[in-house]
Structures are given as structure tokens and as C-alpha cells.
Design a binder for this molecule. Structure first.
Ligand code: URA
Length: 248
């Protein structure tokens, strides 16, 4: 037997309406639990063992949900914000209340953001001790020093004296605006921007391409999202389960 939850929460979590809509549906006899009409939406059900139907259709409870979002610029990586749209506002049909973004991308950063309600996985991916690789594509203004790759590889000290771990820089295009790929293992505040600032350059565009084994689906336009595939979920979970506290 799993953890019991209220019937209205069960149906609301699965996007079947607000609690008051669900109450109304129950009053009309549209909800059944284990083949019996159920009018008390505050009663508890077992999400795994009990059979819940709405209008005769089986509703399966998914405990954990995972979405890959291509975060657009101009939205904040938070669950709520007084002034700006959040990444959760982009999830149209998904009404679950307990989803949250795994980590943060700056308001003007685009790219891969995982949204889930699986706190344990989020913790593993974000733990500084786990050293999960995150790869970014960046357009960088200014002249990159000749030894930029080595400086990044050695592990640098930011302007405010914060040390960062070794990072892998790949320079795809040079010019007044350089195009680069940078893989870092931490997630310090504005880290990529500050690393380039320490080299005397300025990031003018930033996009996250991958996080651990998860790669941004190139068919997703900014603002679009999709559920993770079972393979992606398994890869994320197993990569972190196999990693020790030092990320090895
Ligand atoms: N580094 C940054 O500077 N910004 C981000 O959004 C992510 C990494």
C-alpha cells in the first residue's frame, strides 16, 4: 500500500480540474472509486492500489513527473513571481501544484531546464558534491585571451575571489563576437557570465544545452516543453545513483 492522499488532490494533481470543479463532478456522481460512486472528495485513496475513474475513464496517478523545457528569455526560473512570468506559467495543461524547476537559469538565459516534482532527483542533480556537467553555448563579446582554454581548464578565480572548478571550453568561432561551448560542474550565481568577465569578455547570449545525461531536444523552440522519455528518466536517475559524492 502506498501513501494515501485525498481524492480531490489525486484528481487535481492529474489535471482533472480545480478542487471545487472536482467536488461538483463528485456531487453529480461522475467519480467512482473501486467501482462505487464516491461523493466525498475529501476521502483518502491509495494512488497505486485504488481504481479511480472520472466519467468512466480510468485515471492513473503519476507520482513523479518530469518535463524538459526550452526556457525562453524573459521568464524567471521560479515557481511564482510577483512581477514576471515564471517557467511554470509556460506549462499550459499541466495543473500540478508541486512542480518546480531544477536549478536556475538567468532571466535572459535560454535552454534546457528540467521541471519536476521529484525532490530527491533534483537534490542529486543540484548537489555541489555531485559535479554534474552542464554544457552551455555562449556568444561572447571581446577578445578571448590566448590561454582562455587553459585558464578555464585550470580552474579560475572570479573577480570577487570566488574560486571555480576546472571547466572545459571549446571555441567554435572567433571574431568580435566569439561562439563557444563551456562545460561547468557547478551552478554558482551567474557563473558562466562571471567566468567570461574574469577573462575580460562579456556574454551577450547564453543557452544551456545539457545537464548530466540530459540533452535539450533540438525540436523544442524557446517556450516549448515535453515530458521526458522513460529512457531519459532512467539515464538521469542511474547516472546520479552511480555517482559517488565526488561525482565519480
Ligand atoms: N551561468 C550564467 O551566468 N547564467 C545562467 O543562467 C546559467 C549559468
Amino acid at each position: 500500500m502506498g501513501k494515501q492522499i485525498r481524492l480531490d488532490r489525486f484528481l487535481a494533481d492529474m489535471g482533472k480540474g480545480s478542487r471545487s470543479q472536482i467536488r461538483q463532478a463528485a456531487k453529480k456522481g461522475r467519480i467512482q472509486v473501486n467501482g462505487q460512486i464516491e461523493k466525498q472528495t475529501e476521502r483518502k485513496v491509495d494512488p497505486i492500489d485504488d481504481i479511480v475513474t472520472l466519467d468512466g475513464n480510468l485515471v492513473l496517478y503519476q507520482i513523479w513527473e518530469y518535463f524538459m523545457l526550452n526556457k525562453p528569455q524573459g521568464v524567471v526560473s521560479a515557481t511564482e513571481d510577483r512581477r514576471y512570468r515564471t517557467v511554470l506559467d509556460l506549462l499550459q495543461g499541466e495543473k500540478r501544484k508541486d512542480l518546480f524547476p531544477v536549478g536556475r537559469l538567468d532571466m535572459d538565459t535560454e535552454g534546457l531546464l528540467l521541471l519536476t516534482n521529484d525532490g530527491e532527483l533534483a537534490h542529486k542533480l543540484l548537489s555541489p558534491k555531485k559535479h554534474v556537467d552542464k554544457t552551455y553555448f555562449a556568444r561572447v563579446e571581446g577578445k578571448l585571451p590566448k590561454d582562455a582554454i587553459e585558464q578555464m581548464a585550470r580552474g579560475m578565480v572570479l573577480k570577487d575571489q570566488t574560486p571555480v572548478r576546472p571547466a572545459k571550453l571549446m571555441i567554435a568561432k572567433t571574431g568580435s563576437v566569439n561562439e563557444v561551448y563551456l562545460t561547468i560542474q557547478e551552478g554558482k550565481f551567474h557563473q558562466v557570465k562571471r567566468m567570461f568577465e574574469s577573462l575580460g569578455c562579456r556574454v551577450i547570449y547564453l543557452k544551456r544545452l545539457s545537464m548530466g545525461p540530459l540533452t535539450l531536444d533540438s525540436t523544442l523552440k524557446p517556450g516549448e516543453y515535453r515530458p521526458l522519455t522513460q529512457e531519459e528518466i532512467t539515464a538521469l536517475k542511474s547516472s546520479r545513483e552511480n555517482a559517488g559524492e565526488d561525482g565519480q
